[in-house]
Every structure is written in C-alpha cells, then in structure tokens.
Design a protein around this ligand. Structure first.
Ligand code: INI
Length: 154
C-alpha cells in the first residue's frame, strides 16, 4: 500500500496574492473575476486576497517573486494575456513571462501559479476568459488552492 499526498480545494484561511497585468485588460479583468469567483465558491474570503496590477505580462515575474518571498501569502497567482500580433514581440513577452514565473516558482517556498493566456488571436483569448472554453483565471485559482494545501503537507 502506498502513501498518497494530495492537496484539497479549501479557501478557508488561505491568503493569496494575484498579480494581474493591465495589458489586454478586457481579457485579464475577466480572468481576475473568474479567479475571485472560484476563491469565494471554495470558502475563501475576499479580504484575504491582495491584487497587484502591473503594466504587462513581462512585468509579472519579478513582482510575483517578491510577493512569494514576503511570506505573507499561501500562493501567488499570475494572470495575464499575451496575444500574437504582426511582429515577434509576442514571442519575447510570452517566453519571458513563462520562464520568469517558472524561476520564481523554483526560487520560492510558496506556489507561484501560471495563469497567463498565450493565444494566436483575440478570439482564442475571449474563449478562455469566461466563454466557451471556460475561464483560465478560475483554473489558475483551482491550481493555487490545491498547491497551497499540498505544499503544507510535503
Ligand atoms: N504585454 C502583455 O501582457 N500582453 C501582450 O500581448 C503584449 N504584447 O503583445 O505586446 C504585452 N506587451 C507589453 C509587455 O508585457 C511590457 O509591459 C512592455 O514591454 C514594457 O516592459
């Protein structure tokens, strides 16, 4: 018989920071709404949420790392939307955001959650921000709840 360690999805007594970018705010605002809705539906209290706004996805990782290192939160959730345009700018911003968040997650003792959409066009982003493909902000919060509990147990 093996030992299994799993994280449960309980918002009670959890304190989270959410770093959200203003770039493509019409998408990132919906991701934030999804994350907050998920948190309260799992027993969380919004007074235990701190929202930190940054200009774009490129700015998310260093802010997320500082919040994670502060020791004030059970998890840090990163929300953004990088949408491909006519130039290679997308590739640089998306790659740096993903790499930076991974580095923050490795460097810190609390979970740092990747909730950044990287899409080919605006339609794909809209689909993932509360329409036909769900809400990736909600999904990011589910991951935060699970990982916050799991990281206490391992
Ligand atoms: N930032 C985003 O969050 N999404 C994008 O789609 C995006 N594009 O495509 O340009 C974007 N650029 C801004 C970037 O994140 C920085 O804020 C900016 O370069 C200043 O450092």
């Amino acid at each position: 018989m093996y030992t299994e360690i799993i994280g449960t999805l309980e918002g009670q007594d959890k304190r989270f920071a959410i770093v959200v970018s203003r770039f493509n705010d019409f998408i990132t605002g919906r991701l934030l709404e999804g994350a907050l809705d998920c948190f309260t539906r799992h027993g969380g209290n919004e007074k235990n949420i701190t929202v930190v706004r940054v200009p774009g996805a490129f700015e998310i990782p260093p802010v997320a790392a500082r919040l994670a290192k502060s020791g004030a939160y059970n998890a840090v959730i990163c929300l953004g939307a990088v949408i491909r345009g006519a130039t290679p700018h997308f590739d640089y911003v998306a790659a740096q955001a993903a790499k930076g968040i991974a580095q923050a997650a490795f460097a810190c003792d609390v979970p740092v959650i990747f909730g950044i959409l990287t899409t080919e066009n605006i339609e794909q982003a809209v689909e993932r921000a509360g329409t036909k493909s769900g809400n990736k902000g909600w999904d990011a919060m589910i991951s935060a709840l699970e990982m916050a509990d799991l990281s206490k147990k391992i």
